[in-house]
Design a protein around this ligand. Structure first.
Ligand code: SF4
Length: 209
């Protein structure tokens, strides 16, 4: 008999989406364990290893329980790197319960065709993303870390259609990073790069998870 699908998870919680174009929308987060990268600025290092193997059905039960107190129609699969695991069975179950599913990914694995929204955040040093995200990305987020420069922004801008916004997200909302992000916006404008914008992590501003 086939084993029911499981996923290694760190936590499941209700909050608002603090990042990107969906900022402010009530959302239930499923944080999956494991990541193939090791970014120095990572603010979710707790997801790099460990986690609990949970049956997909139990994850969905928990999401439905949280919806009882929280008016969310979106579930965000985050990490770690959620696409390092097979999330398709979970997405199918969540769709059957009426949720839409966002995936926050570093872009190194192929996109998941069943997902409703991919937020792609290419990472240094090469800022590479799987070519499938040319079609699959709804937004691109760049953490404004110490090493991000205009050449990297230019590389990322060229890798995605002009209709996909590139969101500069200051590292941990730090003042130095906000200043750098504004400088990059100005430099990008002078260089003729379009579709860039600034956005801070709302959940951190508001003291939410
Ligand atoms: S890709 Fe994301 S989760 Fe993975 S190490 Fe980098 S910032 Fe952390």
């Amino acid at each position: 008999m086939r084993r029911p699908p499981t996923l290694k998870t760190i936590e499941i919680f209700a909050s608002v989406q603090g990042e990107g174009l969906r900022q402010g929308e009530p959302t239930i987060f499923v944080r999956l364990a494991g990541c193939n990268l090791r970014c120095g600025f990572c603010d979710t290092k707790k997801a790099w290893r460990g986690g609990r193997e949970r049956p997909v059905d139990k994850i969905v039960d928990e999401v439905i329980r949280l919806r009882g107190d929280h008016p969310a129609t979106w579930v965000c699969l985050t990490g770690g790197e959620p696409l390092a695991q097979d999330v398709r069975p979970l997405i199918g179950r969540l769709h059957r319960e009426g949720f839409r599913v966002q995936i926050e990914t570093n872009g190194t694995f192929p996109p998941e065709p069943e997902a409703d929204w991919h937020s792609v955040s290419p990472k240094p040093p090469d800022y590479a993303a799987h070519p499938g995200f040319k079609k699959g990305a709804r937004e691109v987020k760049l953490v404004v870390c110490r090493t991000l420069d205009l050449d990297a922004v230019r590389t990322v801008r060229a890798a995605f259609p002009a209709t996909v916004p590139i969101i500069l997200q200051p590292q941990s909302n730090s003042p130095w990073s906000v200043r750098k992000a504004v400088g990059l916006l100005e430099a990008a404008g002078r260089a003729g790069l379009e579709g860039l914008r600034l956005s801070v992590q709302l959940h951190k501003v508001c003291g939410l998870r």
